[in-house]
Design a protein around this ligand. Sequence first.
Ligand code: 3H9
Length: 691
Amino acid sequence: MERFSEAVTGEMVGEVALICIDNPPVNAAGHEVRKGLTAAVSWLAGSGAKAAGLWCAGRTFTAGADVREFGKTPQPPSLPEVCNTLEASAVPIVAVMHGTALGGGFELALACHARIGLSGLRVGFPEVNLGILPGAGGTQRGPRLAGIAPVLDMALSGKPMPAEEALKHGLIDELTRGEPREVALDAARRAAAGDLKTRRTGELETPADTDAINAAQVKLAKKPGLNAPPRIVEAVAASTRPITEGLAEERRLFMECYDDPQRAALVHAFLAERAVAKYPEAGAKPRAVKRVGVIGAGTMGQGIATSCLLAGLDVTLVEVKEEALGRGEAAIAKNLDGAMERGKMTAAARAEAEAALDATTDMEALADADLIIEAAFEKMEVKREIFTALDRIAKPGAVLATNTSYLDVNEIAAVTSRPEDVIGLHFFSPAHIMRLLEIVVADRTAPEVVATGFALAKRLGKIGVRAGVCDGFIGNRILGNYARAAEHLVLDGAAPSQVDRAVRGLGMAMGPFEMADLAGLDIGYFNRRRRDPIRPPEERYSKVADRLVEAGTLGRKTGKGYYVYGESKPVPNPDLDGIVADERALSGIAPREFSDHDIRDRYLTAMIAEAARVVEDGIAQRPSDVDAVFLNGYGFPRHLGGPLHQADVIGAAELVRRMEEWSAEDPWQWRVPAILRRMADEGGTFAQLNG
Ligand code: 3H9
């Protein structure tokens, strides 16, 4: 056995060689892999081997460049250099891939002289999701094997392609079963004997396909905002040129992407979504969950039940009245139909899911549920009543969860004799679509109950984020602050439609007033009434939304809110001008103009300020958890990385400067969080706090 680096070894077996990459967990092509592969090719040249097999240990072929090295000083050799070295090898090398061969991992294989996939393999170019392009020859070698169209599709979508399809396109030469090392050995022997065709990909030519290039350009022009996709098209288009020219063009475009702030934001988003799984109770053993009880068949309950059914869990759905239960059941059936239409499940799986649903008005039916999620009306009295009943009905060891968006989980837990089993599981609507799950840990929640919450999130395909107990947890607490900033902007002179437009200009899916109309203005109204007794006296209060509700205009569901909804595009509600003018007159406000830029600054700064306090108070474990919440539950644009990533981009000093300037008009709203003040005075970033 030869050891070329900590991650790469080689061995001679008769007259062929085997090269193995072993770099857990996903064999990322970090420095040890690159260094090792380069040394392995040199060794191969003098080994006397007639052919070689390249395979990976562990659960997958390489997942690509090591994203944790991004932004650090590059350590040679680079991945493109390693790919060129592999391709230049006089001894033919066959790549044998299992699991997923992604990005730079797949590019390593494309630089080999033949490719074999093991069943279940998926290959892909997910770089676009990280704001970059396949930069180790993928845009040049891919089209030489498959043509331009399929490679463009793969690189622009970022979606992995099943091996069968890759075989059809010529991206792999064979698809077989077996253990990677055994298949690699067999492949090397066949290559040595001339029974497996080998050739250098770079010596092939890409057939021109201007139609595919033009079609991609037209499609991208309709979706501006991201900087990597047009560069991907340009790089792939260059694959009809000689390989050295094409590779140089790919490198130039790759470096443009690499230096783009979108890359840093998207890589941050990727890492943030993985960091959430590191939480203090992670060592505890989750409790087994087979049957989930859902209390409440309203919109939230329907979504939660659907999500559990899609994940193959049994569901007991409980509602007080038969009629509401029937409506809930019908909605769940429709959700399942939708999942089938979107290709998420087969007809057989749909039938199974429907059979796994037990809908009832009898709360006693929850006796055999392993985990019960209460999604009833958002009122403490209602929650107390339900949890008192659950304490009597639920079997010992059942997890008792509340889907409350704001209420104190400690207070809910206190009505039971088993507060250690009580947790908050805050889903986002529509719960079968939205990826976020806030896992709210109360003072006495047992570690294995927290671990069960995370295991459920994983099972449901969601991003679980640990949150502490406070009014609104992570997301809604922050939302409260920037929604208020938006209301103040309206009182002070901006139109709601201008605020919405400015916020959409940031890349958000919707502005705050469009969002409020969609959710229903009564939701905010109830929440404000709940907060009446706890609202700090210094807080500036806008009555505009209350007046809309009192006039019976509740947003989309009544056809009128901040906007009027009819057949055509929503238009601003004409009644608003009068309401806002009254409120301004009552408070003695002379309206002034705000530019879209001013609006965006205030909106984002208010978001960042409360996000900073959420971190400071320990409600979120780390800044990147806040970002994961906003990316997955609040429509924050991924290419901006999240509010606290943006805080680092803007800089603490500038944020403090803004808040100090605006605090002259509203000291409470623009009070500076201590953590930001410290960063401004002493240096430091939120990224450093992520560890
Ligand atoms: C690239 O290749 C650029 C080149 O074209 C050009 C270069 C010049 N690096 O997701 P999981 C870690 S760009 C470092 O939970 P799963 C991950 O952080 C790259 N680490 O597992 C986690 O660590 P921890 C293109 C990585 O089974 C652990 O592995 N490639 C990388 O659900 C497990 O991850 C991609 O974008 C990486 N590349 O899914 C592939 N990948 O446990 C990105 C993963 O400490 N990766 N980790 O938190 C994936 O899509 C999934 O991780 C994968 C496994 C499907 C592989």
